[in-house]
Ligand binder design. Structure first.
Ligand SMILES: [Zn+2]
Length: 317
């Protein structure tokens, strides 16, 4: 079975006794695997390029998982899988992930359960990231928190009153598609206009920089660096990025009244260059009590830690 109830999982070996789980993260450019213990420590972490072909890609993912398990030396109790949507988290099926066009109707949780002979769970990677940061990372100890990952795209997840939110089929929490300008830039991810993702993703930052007159092929990291060095064009693009992010985060903070907004993903590696102006603008604009805006704690393993967290969480749900 793709997913099992808590009783069955306990019979399988018991996640409740703190046995580590395997986290698998399926991204558009890379896949990652690692064994995560009950304190959030990662063992046997490894990555590999994604595969456009789903059968080959799933086999590679499981192979990476087997390597992680072997390297960790642990017997894992369950498997958590994080991937971009749309997906069906209850059935454990990837329906048509936007970032993996060749992957359609892949029953990945069932395949993982069969390959590893352990219960397996699938969730949206944004939801998984939220669960991971809430259980192990920068959102630990909060009742309500929001997680956003800002990299090639912008994903997100929400934990309210200690409960990971999924929506009807597991595709809720698409915080990257919160509108910050309804007449704004076209959004590649969803086809609407003016989404947060259309301004703040690494892809969009680079695109806006080229439109502003910077050289072709520039990356978001280059833009950040040029802005730090005082380049005027880059500074304008970077300021707009921070303003758009603050606008979106203010709406999100007003909506959920979280204690913390945890930001992960490559763009957030710029640290205070992004966080300081965003914190100031959100504090100035928002309605409710102050929200703490912090960088994710899980670093490069954020997807794997998140995938593991959903395995822990769903066994106890
Ligand atoms: Zn969108």
């Amino acid at each position: 079975m793709a997913s099992v109830d808590a009783g069955e999982a306990v019979r399988v070996g018991g996640i409740g006794d703190g046995r580590p789980v395997l986290g698998l993260d399926v991204g558009g450019t890379k896949i990652a695997a690692g064994v995560v213990d009950a304190t959030g420590h990662v063992y046997g972490f490894g990555t590999a390029p994604s595969d456009a072909d789903s059968a080959r890609g799933v086999e590679r993912l499981f192979e990476l998982g087997r390597q992680a398990v072997a390297e960790s030396g642990f017997d894992v109790a369950a498997i958590g899988i994080g991937c971009g949507g749309p997906l069906d988290s209850e059935k454990g099926v990837l329906i048509a992930p936007l970032h993996l066009p060749g992957w359609r109707d892949v029953p990945v949780a069932e395949l993982a359960a069969a390959a590893f002979d352990r219960p397996a769970f699938l969730d949206n990677d944004g939801t998984a990231g939220a669960a991971g940061e809430h259980r192990f990372g920068a959102g630990r100890g909060t009742h309500s928190m929001v997680f956003l990952t800002i990299s090639t795209g912008v994903g997100g997840g929400v934990v309210l009153d200690g409960v990971v939110q999924r929506g009807r089929s597991g595709n809720g929490g698409e915080l990257g598609h919160v509108t910050v300008d309804w007449h704004g830039r076209p959004c590649r991810g969803c086809g609407r206009r003016g989404c947060l993702e259309a301004y703040c993703s690494g892809t969009s930052i680079a695109e806006r920089a080229v439109e502003a007159g910077m050289e072709e092929g520039i990356t978001a990291g280059d833009v950040a660096q040029a802005a730090r060095a005082g380049d005027e064009l880059a500074s304008r693009v970077w300021d707009e990025t921070c303003e758009a992010l603050a606008c979106g985060l203010t709406s999100i903070a007003n909506l959920f009244e979280p204690e913390a907004i945890v930001l992960g993903g490559g763009v957030v590696r710029t640290g205070d260059q992004l966080l300081a102006p965003v914190r100031a603008a959100v504090a100035e604009q928002m309605i409710g009590p102050p929200v703490s805006i912090v960088a994710a704690a899980s670093g490069d393993a954020v997807g794997v830690v998140g995938a593991a967290a959903i395995a822990y969480e769903r066994v106890h749900r």
